[in-house]
Design a protein around this ligand. Structure first.
Ligand SMILES: Nc1ncnc2c1ncn2[C@@H]1O[C@H](COP(=O)(O)OP(=O)(O)O)[C@@H](O)[C@H]1O
Ligand SMILES: O=C(OP(=O)(O)O)[C@H](O)COP(=O)(O)O
Length: 402
């Protein structure tokens, strides 16, 4: 992959940086974990110091191709400014009048953040021709492109993929360092090798299991991922997250695991609530007895102990996706137990523990852990998982070929 050094002298040049600034926000719009903003700082600072006119672009959440105030990147611009210790201009659009005039006003060493890329339908459109015009408009703002949003390199999207063919392009330091660490997990990992999967992006991430079954020794399933497994085994899951069209696929995974001796560890008990709320009535029930009018929002205490046990002797662990809706105190214990287990094995026998994903990283920090208690905290969840599968990630491949 080309690096920033390969772009030559950047002084006075307009450099578009794709960062992953997709941070969790609370109900008042305040950032609850700024890990991804912090991770983006060294590359942006380095470019500014080199005299580039730095145009940062990123997404927040999953708006549907049109502006929505709650997905504005404006609060992120403020945080970025504090962390960079220099002003950050903010454009209220991505490729429109505001962006163009803000780019024109940039002086060497100054930084601009564009509004959420996903306010434009061209960013996430399914086919290349649909994305092309937006990619060209973005490219017209700059003289060079730096891909530094590791959390999005698995997305074939305009600002990640198509744009790299339109400008001199390079990988930023964050993408480079993430790839280096994750490569250690793909090349002869120390065993037992356990992968813990949870979270809410169930349809996105169920597919990775197929491939991971050939690589890991143990797969621990928690979070919103659980219920498609429980339903596949014929159990009631009430109003829990469920991918109904994946039941057959999941039955296939269970069969493959049995045939190949890979252990799939499922929770034995679940915290079941009347609704998705911290104040909702909730109780611990057996995993195969979730009442039809309840939703599972965390793994239960027996499962937390079981998961900690199954991690105790692991020498390599990758974890993506919280075990429950940890942002709400009644549903945080399962995630906290897994975080603790990883910290313990990192300290006790120097296991290589990697936590990936915006919310997973936010969770471990919420429980008071520091990043150096783990082997690595990756900014990408889905991106790391796809990397571990051995898949070619579009955002990396395009940098190799550019
Ligand atoms: N059982 C569950 N039901 C609903 N949401 C859940 C459940 N378990 C976890 N979550 C949610 O999953 C979200 C994180 O999922 P995801 O985006 O896949 O993780 P990451 O950002 O670490 O990759 C959290 O906001 C959490 O509240
Ligand atoms: O949060 C992200 O990924 P993750 O939840 O898998 O870590 C990235 O910002 C990608 O976002 P997307 O999954 O909406 O494309």
């Amino acid at each position: 992959m080309k690096t920033i050094a390969d772009l030559g002298d950047l002084s006075g040049r307009r450099v578009l940086v794709r960062s992953d600034l997709n941070v969790p926000l609370d109900d008042s719009g305040a950032i609850t974990d700024d890990g991804r903003v912090r991770a983006s700082v060294p590359t942006i600072k380095g470019l500014a110091k080199a005299g580039a006119r730095v145009i940062v672009c990123a997404h927040l959440g999953r708006p549907k191709g049109a502006p929505e105030e709650k997905y504005s990147l404006r609060p992120v611009a403020t945080r970025l400014e504090e962390l960079l210790e220099q002003p950050v201009a903010f454009a209220t659009d991505t490729v429109g009048e505001s962006a163009r005039s803000a780019v024109d006003a940039l002086e060497d060493g100054q930084v601009l953040l564009l509004e959420n890329l996903r306010f434009n339908p061209g960013e996430t459109a399914k086919t290349a021709p649909e994305r092309q015009e937006f990619a060209e408009q973005l490219a017209a703002l700059a003289d060079a492109y730096v891909s530094d949003g590791f959390g999005v390199v698995h997305r074939e999207q305009a600002s990640v993929f198509d744009i790299a063919a339109l400008l001199p392009s390079a990988a930023g330091g964050l993408v480079q360092s993430e790839v280096e660490v994750l490569r250690r997990l793909t090349e002869d990992p120390r065993r037992p090798y356990a992968v813990v999967l949870g979270g809410a992006k169930v349809s996105d991430k169920l597919g990775v299991i197929d491939n991971l079954l050939g690589k890991a020794d143990r797969l621990l399933i928690g979070g919103g991922m659980v219920f498609t497994f429980l339903a596949a085994q014929g159990h009631e899951v009430g109003n829990s997250l469920l991918e109904e069209d994946q039941l057959e696929v999941v039955r296939g995974y269970l069969k493959t695991a049995e045939d190949t001796g890979v252990e799939i560890v499922l929770p034995t008990d679940i915290v079941a609530a009347t609704e998705f709320s911290a104040d909702a009535e909730h109780e611990v029930v057996a995993a195969d007895e979730i009442p039809a009018d309840r939703m599972g929002l965390d793994i239960g205490p027996d499962s937390a102990r079981l998961f900690a046990d199954k991690l105790a002797d692991a020498r390599t662990v990758f974890w993506n996706g919280p075990m429950g809706a940890f942002e709400m105190e009644p549903y945080a214990a399962g995630t906290e137990a897994v975080a603790r287990a990883l910290v313990d094995i990192t300290a006790s026998h120097d296991a290589l523990t990697v936590v990936g994903g915006g919310d997973s990283a936010a969770a471990v920090r919420q429980f008071g852990h520091s990043d150096d208690e783990f082997g690595h905290i990756s900014t990408g969840g889905g991106a790391s998982l796809e990397f571990l599968e051995g898949k070619t990630l579009p955002g990396l491949e395009v940098l190799e070929n550019s």
